[in-house]
Each structure stands twice: as C-alpha cells, then as structure tokens.
Design a protein around this ligand. Structure first.
Ligand code: GLN
Length: 555
C-alpha cells in the first residue's frame, strides 16, 4: 500500500523588535487563537535564548513565573499564555532553550551521531532547532505551529534561532512566515507616533537574512493610516500587513482586535492555506464581554515575596495566579482587584497585619526558602482567626498546616525543614528520595513535578468545588506534609480532603465550613490549569466565598 502522504505543516515565527515586554507572548497566543477559530489544529512553541537547560533553576524575580507543564517540564511563563488562550496541553517538545539545544548537540556528538563530521555552530545548532520544532508539530499533529523567539532582534543571544528561521524558509519557502512584534512610541514631548524604532528593528532583522511578512505594531493607541503607510514603505511590506495592536483593557481582547485587521485571512493566504470556516470567535468574544461588564469588585490580597525589582514592583512571578483569578471572576460575574502584599512587612508590624481586614480574600502562592515565611504564617493565622477566606497554593498550603500545628494542635516549634532543619516538629519535611537529590546538589528538574492524581474526600469543600472524586493536578515542590503528623492534625480538626491515591501524600488541607467560610490549601498548583474558557473550580469556589464576605461586611 502506498504510504500516506504526510500533510505539510506551516510555521509562523514571532520575533520581537525595539524592546521586550510589549506582549510578544500574547501576540503569539492570539495568532494561535484566531487560526484555531478558523478550524486549524495549532500548536505553539517557545524558544528561549538563555543557557539554563530549562526555566526551573531561575529565580522568579529574574525571569517571571516558572510554568509547569503536565509532563513536569519547567518552562517560561509564555507557555502558560499559550495554554490559557488555546485550551490545549503542551509538552516538553514545545519548549527549548539555547542550553538544551547545545546539550543535545554535544550529547549527539559524543554518541558519534554526526558520523565523524566537524560539528559546527552553523549549521548544526539551527538544524537541531528545526528538528525539535518539527518533532513538536508532528507529535501535536498540528496544521500550523506558531513559534515565539525569546528576546528581541539584534541581540547576540538569539541569532542562531533567527538562522533557523532563515534555513527553514529557504527549504520550505511556502510554509514559513515571520511576524515581528514591534513598538511604536508616542513620546509625550513630541506628541506624535514615531515609526523609526520599528524601521530600525526591521533593518536589523533584514541583516539576518529575514524579511518579515507581518508587522504587529504595539502602541498605546491604534495606528493611523499614515503610520501604517510609513511602516509599509520603509519596511518592505504591504500596508495591509501592518497590524495595529493598541493597548487593550484585557489581554483576551487581542485576538478579537487582530481580526479587525483581518489577520487570519492574511496569514492563511501567505501560508497558501485554503480558508476554513471554523467555529469563529463567538464564544470567546462573549467571555471577553463578560469580563468587562462584570460588576462588583472583590478585593484579593496576594501575600508573597517576589515582587520587587529595583524600584519597581512586578507581579510577573505570579502570572498564572492572576489569570486564574480573572477567569474565576469572569465566571462569577465579578471584577477582581489584586493587591500585592510583601510578607516581610508582617514580621515586625502587627498594625500592617490588621490591614489584611480590608480584603475579601487572601492568597498565599507558591514560594521557596525562609525569607518572609514567619510573616506568611502570621497572615494565615489572621485569616483563620478572623474568618477571612484563605487560599494557599503549595507553600501556602504547607504554611497553613504549620500554622495549625503551632496554634491549634499546640506544637509551638512546628516548622518545615526547608526553613529549620533542626525543628523538633518537622510538620513539613522532605521525602527520602529528595534528600538524596539535595545531598548530590542535583537541583535541576528533580522536584515532584507535573501531573499527579489526587483522590478527593467526599463531602468536603474540595469535593463540592470539583464535583468529582479524582483529579489530575500539576505539582512543583520538594517538601510534603509529614505523614507522621497527619493523625494529630486530623484529630485537631484539620481535614485532608485530597491525598495521593495511596493515601501517603497530603494534596489538599481544609477546615470545616462550620468553622470557617473558606480555608483551603493545595499542595499542587491549580493555577496552571485554568483558562478563560475553563476556569479552575477551586479558584471559582474561593472567589465565591470572597464575594460573600464582601456582601456581609461592606468595606
Ligand atoms: N518550597 C516548597 C517545597 O519545595 C513549596 C514549593 C512551592 O510553593 N512551589 O515543597
């Protein structure tokens, strides 16, 4: 029988110009969304220029959140945007860094896989990049892959990725296009939109042998016709291929905005793909409208420590938590207002602690190390004693259990061995196999990572929220609630409403609703599995409780 011809996938590369932080990840996700809405099977990849083999060893204040995939791979936060927009689950095939690519090439060389050839930066590094992209596309059975290159053009770091685009385009010219996301500023003193930085960025890209097919012009306002013309003339594209991408109220508006400039039609034409009808963006638009029309503000305080970089406060480290809250708010028809609270402030000042009263709910998200831990424990105690809805995520769950052990069970010395190795009551402790990792300084990709099943105890907050008895949730932690203390904690009233299937690991801790309106912590990270179209049930339950709190006691 003749071999079935494999369909040829198409590739859209997204690169950045002028400066970072203008929403290249959102642009990539939105391109995926509009093509998905047209009935194509899409996948998305991120390529990051750093030497780290994955994102797992990076401090969140340096690089933002570490997003964990279902297979446990620790990646860049943009992967979270792709999943949230596209409602698909990505795998380790969809992410690569310079470090990973070099590591693979060097390993292959050691295994004689290059058959005695001189292995060179070009072509072997870009060829490995292309091989990985094709593998991901094949695994996802995708019609179209959108591949985002980290950093901006002109940086030394990502030059080999641009080289990969050039090589793939040379080989398959009809299947590859490049979009550059650039920034068009309107300096206040000048009072006019300036296109020159975009022109320079495109020239720099041209210098690597790539002509962009699409220019996505990010700006604080829509591009006027004159600016579109100017960019078109100076950057060698048609005026229609310059897409206006103004600031928007919600990031989820971006796909809808792109379609105002007919982007999906333009992309399909350039990729020589026959248009399909698809489901369209109707359901999506409805949700986005709901975000905007929601009334009544629920105030949530997030108590953490990864906020400050120099003189600025950044919330990038908790991006999935923020988005999960927005999805849940949309679901219950409310607006959510977030405040960032540095837990180190509670360590010395009880007045500041009392200021927690002004929130309708408190979240303590994931974290590592000892800085700010005592402040977080005080915040948990405050929430527990004052009936403030509390939602702990990973470290936030572990610290809630420690707080309970200290103040309810009466084990005043309770701690986690992550903070105090000599504590007489290691309520949260490391598992034996993890001890070995730490002894060998084997830190990279060795935590308990990715999907694990949790069994839910009936008639609990967790069971009511999930409406099921078994869930798969994503993890990223080294420490666990110590099984030796579980009975004592239970006797004192704590409910472990979800555990690993063998019952050894505690997955959710909560308090009975007769005692507290909503007090729940998860060992896993539910925020990694929330999307606009499918908000996470625990976030929805938490926000509902916070909304009730708001109604009970107006601020
Ligand atoms: N530091 C804790 C642990 O390693 C919690 C991790 C987290 O919050 N992601 O177990």
């Amino acid at each position: 029988m003749a071999k079935q011809k494999m369909k040829r996938a198409k590739y859209i590369f997204v690169v950045g110009g002028v400066m970072s932080g203008v929403g290249k990840g959102i642009a990539t996700s939105s391109i995926g969304k509009i093509l998905q809405a047209r009935g194509f099977n899409v996948t998305a990849l991120k390529i990051d220029p750093y030497i780290n083999v994955d994102a797992g060893t990076m401090n969140p204040t340096e690089h933002g959140e570490v997003f964990v995939l279902k297979d446990g791979y620790e990646t860049d936060q943009d992967m979270g945007n792709y999943e949230r927009f596209l409602n698909i689950e990505l795998t380790r095939d969809n992410y690569m860094t310079t470090g990973l690519v070099y590591k693979t090439v060097i390993e292959k060389e050691r295994n004689l896989e290059y058959a005695g050839k001189c292995v060179q930066v070009v072509p072997h590094i870009p060829l490995e990049v292309i091989r990985r992209i094709k593998k991901a596309v094949h695994r996802a059975k995708a019609d179209i892959a959108i591949i985002e290159i980290g950093g901006t053009v002109g940086e030394y770091e990502n030059i080999l990725f641009l080289e990969a685009i050039r090589m793939l385009k040379t080989e398959q010219s009809e299947d590859v296009i490049t979009a550059i996301v650039s920034y068009v500023p309107t300096p206040s003193k000048v009072g006019e939109m300036k296109t020159k930085p975009t022109q320079h960025a495109v020239r720099t890209l041209n210098g690597t042998g790539i002509q962009p097919d699409i220019i996505i012009a990010r700006a604080d306002r829509p591009l006027d016709e004159k600016r579109k013309e100017k960019i078109a003339v100076f950057c060698n594209v048609r005026k229609e291929d310059v897409i206006s991408a103004p600031d928007v109220e919600s990031i989820y508006d971006v796909p809808v905005n792109f379609e105002k400039d007919h982007l999906s039609d333009i992309l399909l034409k350039k990729l020589h793909l026959k248009a399909r009808q698809g489901e369209g963006l109707g359901a999506w638009e409805k949700r986005v409208k709901r975000i905007k029309s929601a009334e009544g503000i629920v105030k949530i305080g997030v108590v953490g420590k990864y906020f400050k970089t120099g003189d600025y406060v950044l919330s990038d480290a908790y991006i999935s938590v923020i988005e999960a809250l927005k999805h849940a708010a949309c679901e219950i028809g409310r607006q959510v207002e977030l405040s960032w609270i540095d837990s180190t402030d509670f360590e010395s000042d009880t007045k500041v602690l009392k200021s927690l009263r002004r929130y309708h709910g408190i979240i303590i998200p994931g974290g590592f190390g000892s800085r700010g831990v005592e402040g977080k424990i005080r915040a948990v105690q405050f929430c527990r004693e004052n009936q403030v809805p509390y939602f702990g995520l990973c470290y936030g769950m572990q610290l809630a259990v420690i707080e309970y052990a200290r103040h309810v069970v009466g084990l005043a010395e309770s701690s986690t061995t992550e903070v105090n190795q000599k504590t007489s009551h290691p309520i949260v402790d490391i598992m034996p196999e993890q001890k070995e990792n730490l002894r060998k300084k084997n830190y990279g990709a060795t935590m308990r990572l990715g999907h694990y099943e949790a069994k839910i105890l009936p008639k609990t907050l967790a069971a009511a929220a999930y409406g099921t008895t078994s869930v798969l949730e994503r993890h990223r932690h080294r420490y666990e609630v110590n099984p030796e203390y579980v009975e004592q904690l239970k006797e004192a009233g704590m409910i472990f409403s979800a555990t690993s299937p063998d019952g050894v690991l505690m997955e959710i801790a909560e308090l009975p609703q007769s005692e507290h309106p909503f007090f729940l912590g998860t060992q896993f990270h539910p925020e990694f599995q929330s999307s606009l179209m499918q908000p996470h049930p625990l976030f929805v339950a938490f926000l509902k409780a916070a909304a009730v709190k708001k109604n009970q006691r107006p601020l």
